[in-house]
Design a protein. Structure first.
Length: 244
C-alpha cells in the first residue's frame, strides 16, 4: 500500500501530538510507535507510525488517508509551534535481515523492518497472508470509519496507552477498556471459498459480522463473538472457527 511520510516539526511537536493520538509520545525514546487519531466519539480516523528523527517526528500513513489526516492535524494546531510538511521520503519494508538505518515495525515482530529514504518497495513478502496469520488489520480494509480501535486489536498491537492521559476519543476508549466487555472484534476464521472484502457474514439468516482479507484458507473478520459458529456464510463462501 502506498504511503505518505510527513515531518512534524516545531518545539511544541511532542506536546501537540501527545494531546491528540492514542499512544504515548514518550515511548519514542525507545523506537517507533503505532498510534491512531480518533473522533471525539472514539471512532477511527487514521492509523500511522511515528518515528523520532532528531528535532522532528516522521509520520508514516497510508496515502489514502494522508491528506485528510494532515488537514485535521493542521486544524488542531492553532497557535502551537508546530509544522506539518509532506516529505519526499519513501518507505521500503521487509522481514529478513534489516538494512542499516531501518527501524522495527512496533505492531508485531512478524512485520519486520521499515526503511525511510529514496526507495520504495518490499522483499516480496505476501503481506496479506502475513496479516491474516497474525491478526493485523490494514488501513481502509479492516480499519474503517466505523471501527473502535479496541475491537480492531489496537491494545495487542501496542497502539494505545491507557496511562498517558487525555487525547481525542480517550473517554470512549477508556470506558470500553475498563467498564464494558467487548461483544465483537477482529478475529480469524477458517474460510472455504472466497468473498469480496466487506461481505456480510450470516449465521443462518442472522447478521454475524463482516469478512475482510483472506489468505491460505483463513480470513480476517469483524465478528459478534456470540455468533461465531461452524456454519457461517458470506456469499458463496463458508466460514467457521479455526481448528484448535
Amino acid at each position: 500500500m502506498a504511503r505518505i511520510i510527513y515531518r512534524i516539526g516545531g518545539k511544541d511537536r511532542i506536546d501537540f501530538l501527545q494531546g491528540l493520538v492514542t499512544n504515548d509520545l514518550r515511548h519514542l525514546e525507545s523506537g517507533p510507535i503505532y498510534a491512531a487519531l480518533l473522533t471525539a466519539q472514539g471512532k477511527y480516523l487514521a492509523d500511522f507510525l511515528l518515528i523520532g528523527d532528531g528535532d522532528s517526528v516522521l509520520l508514516d500513513v497510508a496515502a489514502s488517508h494522508g491528506p485528510a489526516l494532515a488537514q485535521r492535524l493542521s486544524m488542531y494546531r492553532l497557535r502551537a509551534d508546530v509544522t506539518i510538511t509532506q516529505t519526499d521520503l519513501q518507505m521500503r519494508r521487509g522481514i529478513g535481515p534489516a538494512p542499516d538505518g531501518a527501524v522495527t515495525d512496533p505492531r508485531h515482530p512478524a512485520l519486520g523492518w521499515r526503511l525511510y529514504g529514496s526507495e520504495t518497495g518490499d522483499d516480496g513478502t505476501d503481506w496479506d497472508a502475513l496479516r491474516v496469520a497474525h491478526l493485523i488489520p490494514e488501513t481502509g480494509i479492516e480499519l474503517t470509519p466505523e471501527t473502535y480501535i479496541l475491537e480492531a486489536g489496537f491494545e495487542r498491537l501496542h497502539g494505545v496507552d491507557f496511562r498517558k492521559g487525555c487525547y481525542v476519543g480517550q473517554e470512549v476508549t477508556a470506558r470500553m477498556k475498563h467498564k464494558t466487555e467487548l461483544k465483537k472484534g477482529l478475529t480469524r476464521l477458517a474460510i472455504d471459498g472466497t468473498a469480496p472484502p466487506g461481505t456480510e457474514i450470516l449465521l443462518g439468516d442472522k447478521p454475524a459480522g463482516t469478512v475482510f482479507t483472506q489468505a491460505n484458507g483463513q480470513a480476517l473478520a469483524q465478528m459478534r463473538f456470540d455468533r461465531i459458529a461452524p456454519d457461517l456464510s458470506a456469499g458463496t463462501a463458508r466460514l467457521g472457527p479455526l481448528p484448535e
